[in-house]
Ligand binder design. Structure first.
Ligand SMILES: Cc1cc2nc3c(=O)[nH]c(=O)nc-3n(C[C@H](O)[C@H](O)[C@H](O)COP(=O)(O)OP(=O)(O)OC[C@H]3O[C@@H](n4cnc5c(N)ncnc54)[C@H](O)[C@@H]3O)c2cc1C
Length: 822
């Protein structure tokens, strides 16, 4: 027997312990027992066993003897840690403390507990919410003519505004006790999703009052008087709110707003009262042009100490009626031809009483915390649901169009180039609708999903932009020529709006997702940071020691798990799911371990500098994001009872997500500044190289084929979007035409064959039909079906044309109208 056996046996048992995360005590006993077994089974190797035992004891004794461990190991680590601990700004501190950690924490653990995800109840609408969706929401969609809104009116028509207000679309988040609809987050998501599928202007208008803004802020922080006054009026649409944070000099860096208020005495309703004199310059404010009440963020100063000894009181929020003297609601901005109401608001020396501060005096200086605390919920719903409505619609519409539109005597969807684009749209449709559904549903479980909402905001909007680019390519000229028949062009134009608002995407990816995710979701980092700043030195060391040792065990375990799952190419390990999906869970287990290892190493080696290494941080965030998106898809698949018809979509989207995880982790390793550490990490994370592949052409073909015909899968894809057949909805009419066009396809092939063989001699398509009947190629009924399918096809592929005068806009249009009237 080889003398190396005792050492190898001890290492193997150590690795097993690390893989399964046994405790330090179990690890010690297991290795000790292994060495005793070696001695018993191979007494001849007593010397090698003794040497291994001595080395093991040298490690195990100080680790298990707490006083020694604290003095010899933890104390120097704590000193080093305190030196490299990044200084958190107040803004970052607030951001870290707001929000909760849900399943995303598991993804950061290197060993996700899938049952925590799968046990979450499947989201569902209650009867009232479903009735609202089938009734008022469907009706609002029917009333929406996006061309009229975006080209002719530059606004929603008055009757639609009125309908939305009357049906309390602006009070979805307002509780019933205040006269609102009191909807769940999931219902809110469903309403926005459907509105977005007909018009970006409609969805933006509906989103804003229900997102981060006056109603949400009042609900959490408002005084009773403020709630009782405003909430019923907001719910009934009698007040239209907006929220003004952005200043020309403070966009992404919103905490640096130069807008200020000075505490002073002034006149209000004929009385001298204590209040604030405000000076501000806000721009890009959605709904401002029609708002009756303006939420405002500004920095409050109290130079005369009328309220307290503190001069600079920090960011504070107020709710100001539009007619307040000095407040100027400006003209309108024009956001990329999606003419929802948006514009500047300014004010100079606007005096408001303290009662107009949200939450009154109690919340002075708490404005940033209030905004950040509320942000996660609104951000989890508005833009992800908008993107979900968009991509679902793109998937069903582009599939139908690619089947109906023929070139080279074939539906264009049958060409491999188009299949590639279709598969991407389908995969994105599946992924983003699952992501949006999951992120909204955890809000109903009581989460304030700070990290998932940033993931959903970034990835839903980016993916939507990618899907619409593909959809435009598939549609060719039909997507380019604007007009009532074009259901893509305005969405294409408007895609960058979602990218920019609620935290512009580059910032969200590079700073927020991992920046917050690493600290929040990591099981130990935040606890270590807190322990390292405890005032009592003994308590500090003892607490830190406990956490840091669990952290070390966690890191060792992740290294072993990443290596083992990597070398087996995710083929082992316990995982839920059915035969075909178990491998997907295993892949996610692998990348979860890889992410945890790479993130820990990056934080350890780069410390506070990681904040400036935005590209590394972004890539680590990409891995976390793709893990979250893939988990959302698996959850949806399970919730829907594993529909076999969706398997191709799920598989495509999971392969895509896993490939993106590999690319992101590879990017981290290629660019990691300390090269020897990068090489070691590569050995652990990619021991057999980069083996993940993009979804195969065959899988892409299966997805594309699915999209070319009505079926269960496409019906699920279209769930929650507006597909009714009505004059304003070209997509609804196209979807209704699809079965007839498909039914006519074999008949068209028969005609073509007859033409090629000379049975039909004419060249005029109408005459050919007559001849086909005469020559008994088609029956009368078949001829009628072909004629109808051709007429429907003509309608689907038709584009608009205009008089020059119809395209003239703005001042020139008014001049021509006046000239005409004269
Ligand atoms: C149509 C529309 C509606 C809006 N509605 C509202 C509203 O209702 N209320 C309101 O208060 N505001 C609103 N906004 C403002 C919106 O929130 C800001 O546009 C957004 O915060 C970005 O600010 P900015 O446009 O000034 O871009 P900038 O801050 O100038 O950013 C430019 C680019 O730099 C990037 N960037 C900035 N800092 C970093 C960094 N540290 N690392 C990496 N990249 C960085 C950004 O990601 C962005 O890509 C709206 C904007 C638009 C366009």
């Amino acid at each position: 027997m080889s003398p190396w056996i005792p050492l190898l046996a001890a290492l193997a048992v150590g690795a097993l312990a690390a893989y399964h995360r046994w405790s330090l005590r179990t690890w010690t006993i297991a290795i000790g027992a292994t060495l005793v077994a070696c001695l018993a089974l191979a007494p001849a190797q007593w010397f090698a066993t003794l040497l291994t035992t001595a080395a093991f004891a040298g490690l195990a004794v100080p680790l298990n003897h707490l006083p020694t461990r604290r003095r010899v190991i933890s104390s120097p680590i704590l000193r080093f840690y305190t030196r490299m601990l990044p200084q958190l700004s107040e803004t970052e501190q607030v951001a870290l403390e707001a929000g909760t950690v849900g399943f995303e924490g598991e993804l950061f653990s290197g060993r996700p507990d899938w049952q925590k995800l799968l046990r979450q109840p499947a989201p569902a609408l209650n009867a009232e919410e479903q009735a609202f969706l089938d009734g008022p929401v469907e009706e609002a969609c029917r009333m929406t003519n996006d061309w009229e809104i975006s080209h002719e009116r530059a606004d929603l028509p008055p009757e639609l505004w009125d309908f939305l207000k009357r049906n309390r679309f602006f009070g979805m988040i307002v509780p019933k006790s205040y006269g609102g609809l009191g909807f769940s987050a999931y219902a809110h998501h469903a309403v926005v999703q459907k509105c977005a599928s007909v018009s970006p202007t409609l969805s933006s208008t509906v989103c804003v009052p229900n997102s981060l803004g006056p109603a949400e802020l009042l609900l959490h922080y408002g005084t009773d008087a403020q709630k009782n006054h405003y909430l019923p009026r907001l719910a009934r649409g009698e007040e239209i709110p907006c929220f003004a944070l952005t200043n020309p000099y403070a966009g992404s860096d919103a905490t640096s707003i130069p807008d200020f208020g000075v505490v002073c005495r002034g006149m209000h309703e004929g009385e001298e009262v204590l209040g604030v004199r405000l000076t501000f310059d806000k721009r890009y404010i959605t709904l401002a042009p029609v708002a009756t009440v303006i939420g405002l963020a500004f920095r409050l100063h109290d130079p005369d100490h009328l309220l307290s000894d503190v001069g600079d009181r920090g960011i504070t929020l107020a709710l100001i009626p539009r007619q307040t003297p000095g407040l100027v609601v400006g003209r309108r901005h024009f956001p990329l031809n999606a003419p929802f109401q948006n514009g500047p608001v300014t004010g100079k020396d606007v005096f408001v009483p303290l009662s107009m501060l949200i939450g009154g005096e109690t919340y002075i200086g708490q404005g940033w915390r209030m905004l950040v605390e509320c942000l996660s919920v609104g951000r989890a719903i508005s833009l992800p649901s908008t993107a979900s409505g968009g991509v679902r619609l793109l998937a069903v519409a582009t599939g139908a169009y690619a089947r109906i539109r023929k070139q080279f005597q074939m539906p264009i969807g049958r060409f491999e180039g188009i299949e590639e684009a279709l598969a991407r749209i389908g995969g994105i449709g599946y992924a983003i609708s699952a992501l949006s559904r999951q992120t909204a549903s955890v809000v109903d479980l009581g989460e304030k999903p700070a990290v998932p909402s940033a993931i959903a905001k970034y990835h839903a909007t980016e993916s939507c932009r990618e899907a619409i680019r593909d959809a435009m390519d598939v549609h060719g000229g039909k997507g380019i020529v604007l007009g009532p028949k074009n259901y893509l062009g305005r969405g294409w134009q408007a895609a960058p709006i979602s990218i920019t608002v609620e935290g512009a995407n580059i910032l969200t990816r590079n700073m927020i997702i991992f920046g917050q995710g690493a600290v929040r979701c990591h099981p130990y980092v935040l606890a270590e940071m807190r322990a390292a700043t405890l005032p009592d030195p003994v308590e500090r060391l003892n607490t830190f020691d406990g956490i840091v040792f669990r952290h070390i065990g966690f890191a060792v375990s992740n290294a072993v798990r990443a290596f083992v799952l990597g070398i087996t190419h995710s083929r082992i390990g316990s995982a839920p799911g059915e035969r075909s999906t178990r491998r997907f869970y295993r892949k996610l287990n692998r990348y979860s371990a890889g992410l945890a290892l790479a993130a820990d190493t990056a934080m350890l080696v780069l410390g506070g500098k990681l904040k400036q290494k935005e590209r590394l941080s972004a890539r680590l965030g990409d891995v976390l994001s793709q893990l979250y998106i893939a988990s959302s898809m698996l959850k949806r698949y399970e919730d829907q009872e594993r529909p076999a018809a969706d398997h191709a979509l799920l598989a495509w989207a999971i392969h895509d997500a896993v490939f993106k995880m590999q690319v992101a982790l590879d990017g981290v390793l290629r660019n990691f500044p300390v090269r020897p550490i990068a090489w070691l990490l590569r050995l652990m994370i990619f021991p057999i190289g980069l083996r993940e592949k993009t979804p195969s052409d065959r899988l892409g073909h299966r997805v594309a084929s699915l999209m070319l015909a009505p079926n269960d899968s496409m019906q699920r894809m279209a769930e929650g979007v507006f597909t009714a057949e009505c004059p304003n909805n070209p997509v609804g009419r196209m979807l209704a035409s699809l079965p007839k066009v498909i039914a006519a396809e074999p008949l068209e092939r028969r005609i073509l064959k007859a033409v090629r063989s000379g049975v039909i001699a004419g060249f005029d398509p109408v005459q050919q039909l007559d001849e086909a009947v005469r020559m008994e190629v088609l029956s009368e009924a078949e001829r009628a079906l072909v004629a109808e399918a051709r007429a429907l096809t003509a309608e689907v592929i038709a584009v608009d044309d205009f008089d020059s005068a119809e395209l003239v806009a703005g001042r020139e249009k008014r001049r021509l109208q006046l000239m005409h009237a004269a």
